[in-house]
Write a protein of this length. Structure first.
Length: 744
């Protein structure tokens, strides 16, 4: 990939984009600066709120379209140079119907809640959201606006909130420190765009706002009201030090010849995380002897009859802060869970005007990554340390367009993977957009990798993606093309397939129905895609049609019919599947969902077409304001010629008792059972007839804020296979974590 090509893409995007303007008008308000700080207690009894700017949430935007709000909501906002203070007065004719519970962070979807989205740079592209329920439980996210809001709840800020339910409804107060936000520092008054929201779940989920959003406009932040003020407020150039202490011990049990415990060593680690705003626009994160432990278990996934690896989200705080600065729009080229065991990590992220940037370095004691193939992937694990470097730059062009560059490097003893990418998007008008990405990788494989996977000494390859999209209120359509060369690898990303090219076309139609109907929204559409390897062989051809609906009792349902011609192990198979999903909330606090998927699919272990049945059931029940019950069950079955091939069951149960907003106790249990009819397997010696896995975790947590916390926990795992013959506990762990955030 030549540099002059990258340069041409950037320049052409800039020249075309400067012709585009945004004529969307916004209302402007004066944001007062007042010297007195309120007590954040969920009560509006202080007179200072009478001097704040008052905003009324007069509109219902979902399911109604800019109609009058069914309930009254007032918001109040002002600042004092250090904090942005916001209060909501949410009236309710039936306060007993208000849904409010003690909840952990970012888990407000089942409750009444109010909040704001703040566009601090006035660029109508990115923002920060802060929401709270009537108990003061918090949710905060970063927001990207690209033909719809894309929210990332992995971002956690330190801010204050409180709420109270009263005889008229409820009140929520918020104090958001400016040091928690990122924005351009100016001495004169500046304009920020702020949207005020109230979510009102009753017979149906109703979204209220101070703005009547126009669904024909493919942006949300551009329709917010503007607030003029914020003169000489200071962004996050503070210094935050967070020392951590982690204690733990893991005991292991031998399976053969005689099960007995081997007690592990008591381990302790002291670390330090540093967050420093070195300038008004840039933030440095660094960690010394980091604690990268993952406190809460991953949600269980069933890994049977798959040819590609399962994806797990990042949960570690160092990587989550500013993670959006490193993402690209179409290929997942940065997946930081690949950085498994670093000695140190450091990064700088920031935005100045239209320029955003990020640089990350780390030293990893573990080197593992995916090796993509045309029909599946393999996990490579190297017994070497590796050094990691990631650099990202993105430029906003015009009102909605952007172009960016990503560079990654991972290298160790005899090993190297380097990658460069250019990506961007351009809006021709308010309804038509093109997105593109071009990437190239260069890899050097050590002898271990060559021998284990039959690879050459070096690999190079390109990846391309382009998509045209049309969207309006009622209709959307797209066409795209993707190509990934055989030698392309993203060892710091999550690219599981290579040596293919795919074309896809699709679209859908949406109907917004009257509020008197049981259904408030309906959608129907379909798509077609065709995939070939780079030698021209057909890998997959797929047709899909679908329909969905939303309605009362917070109902959502969809049905999907799929036909696929698929190449596997040198043969073509015709797969057919019907998928049906339904979920609803029959009473406040209780969510019930079910999924059924019958069909004919490839049995990948035996290379033949078999009958399949997938079932899923979910229940989430907030029994009272303290106790939450959350469970799901997944069932997979394969049959061939009427005889069982495989039956797999996975059950997860999570019980949580939330003592108050800071303290909670949770128990998570995961059980997996896999039964195989080995007489119906071509290679029965490769498999166990029975597999059982049981894991449990008991966790107590006390969180003052996302960085000041205490965790105490116990976990264990049990296994049954051909060697154990019954469930045998194989390991047990006791752990504790303490951290405290000093803001200087």
């Amino acid at each position: 990939m030549r540099f002059r090509f990258i340069k041409a893409v950037i320049i052409s995007t800039f020249l075309i984009s400067t012709l585009q303007t945004n004529a969307t008008p916004i209302s402007q308000h004066h944001l007062p600066r007042l010297a007195q700080a309120p007590v954040i207690d969920g009560s509006l009894d202080e007179t200072i709120w009478q001097q704040a700017a008052k905003i009324t949430l007069d509109y219902e935007n979902d399911p109604g379209e800019g109609i009058a709000a069914p309930v009254k909501t007032n918001a109040y906002v002002y600042e004092d140079g250090q904090y942005l203070y916001i209060a909501f007065e949410a009236f309710d004719p039936n306060p007993d119907d208000i849904r409010a519970s003690y909840r952990k962070r970012d888990d407000l979807n089942a409750d009444d809640n109010v909040g704001v989205i703040i566009d601090t740079f006035n660029d109508k592209r990115n923002g920060f959201s802060f929401f709270a329920n009537p108990m003061g439980a918090q949710a905060d996210k970063t927001v990207e606006d690209n033909a719809g809001l894309n929210e990332d709840d992995s971002w956690d800020a330190i801010w204050d909130s409180a709420g109270q339910v009263n005889t008229k409804g409820y009140v929520v107060e918020m104090a958001i420190p400016f040091r928690a936000l990122r924005f351009a520092h100016v001495t004169e008054p500046s304009l920020w765009n702020i949207g005020f929201y109230r979510n009102y779940p009753r017979a149906e989920w109703t979204a209220l706002s101070n703005v009547a959003f126009d669904r024909n406009i493919n942006c949300t932040l551009c329709q917010f009201d503007g607030f003029k003020g914020f003169a000489d407020v200071q962004p996050g150039n503070n210094l935050q030090l967070t020392p951590t202490l982690t204690l733990g011990r893991t005991d292991l049990k031998d399976v053969e010849p005689q099960p007995h415990w081997q007690n592990g060593d008591n381990q302790s680690d002291v670390g330090l995380d540093v967050r420093w705003g070195i300038t008004k626009n840039a933030v440095v994160n660094a960690t010394i002897n980091p604690d990268f432990s993952q406190v809460e278990a991953d949600s269980a996934q069933l890994d049977v009859n798959n040819t590609f690896s399962l994806f797990y989200d990042e949960k570690r705080p160092f990587f989550l802060d500013g993670a959006d600065y490193f993402s690209t729009s179409n290929f997942n080229l940065v997946h930081t869970r690949n950085i498994a065991d670093p000695d140190y990590g450091a990064k700088i992220t920031g935005k100045t005007g239209v320029h955003s940037y990020g640089l990350m370095v780390a030293d990893d004691n573990s080197t593992s990554f995916l090796l993509p193939g045309r029909l599946g992937d393999e996990l490579a694990v190297l017994d070497i340390d590796s050094k990691v470097a990631i650099a990202r730059y993105k430029m906003d062009v015009g009102e909605q367009n952007n172009v960016g560059v990503l560079l990654t490097n991972r290298n160790g003893d005899g090993y190297r993977n380097q990658l460069a990418s250019v990506d961007g998007s351009y809006w021709f008008d308010g309804n038509n957009q093109v997105q593109y990405q071009v990437a190239r990788s260069d890899s050097k494989n050590p002898l271990q990798l060559q021998q284990d996977f039959g690879l050459e000494d070096t690999q190079t390859g390109n990846a391309y993606f382009v998509q045209m999209t049309h969207e309006n209120r009622d209709f959307d359509a797209y066409v795209n093309f993707k190509r990934v060369d055989k030698g392309f690898r993203a060892d710091l990303g999550f690219i599981s397939q290579a040596n293919y090219e795919r074309g896809e076309v699709g679209g859908s139609r949406t109907w917004y129905l009257d509020s008197d109907n049981w259904f408030s929204l309906a959608n129907a559409g379909g798509n077609y895609d065709k995939t070939r390897d780079l030698d021209g062989n057909l890998l997959e051809e797929e047709w899909e049609v679908y329909a969905s609906a939303e309605g009362k009792m917070q109902y959502y349902g969809d049905v999907n019919l799929l036909h696929r011609k698929r190449l596997f192990n040198g043969q073509y198979f015709d797969e057919d599947q019907l998928s049906v999903w339904n979920e609803f909330t029959p009473v406040g606090g209780l969510l019930v969902a079910a999924f059924i998927q019958p069909g004919k699919v490839v049995d990948v272990e035996n290379s033949r077409l078999s009958d399949s049945l997938n079932l899923e059931a979910y229940v989430q029940w907030q029994i009272n304001k303290h106790f939450n019950f959350d469970t799901f069950h997944i069932y997979n079955q394969l049959e061939h010629d009427g005889e069982q091939v495989l039956t797999a069951n996975l059950t997860q149960v999570k019980l949580t008792w939330q003592f108050n907003m800071r303290s909670r106790l949770s128990l998570i249990t995961q059980y997996t059972r896999i039964d195989r009819n080995l007489t119906n397997y071509e290679q029965p010696d490769w498999f166990d007839a029975e597999e059982r896995y049981l894991s449990s975790q008991l966790l107590y947590s006390y969180e003052i804020n996302p960085q000041t916390l205490v965790y105490l926990g116990y976990s264990d795992n049990s296994l049954q296979d051909y060697a154990t013959r019954h469930l045998l506990k194989t390991d047990r762990t006791l752990f504790a974590k303490f951290s405290y955030a000093w803001q200087l």
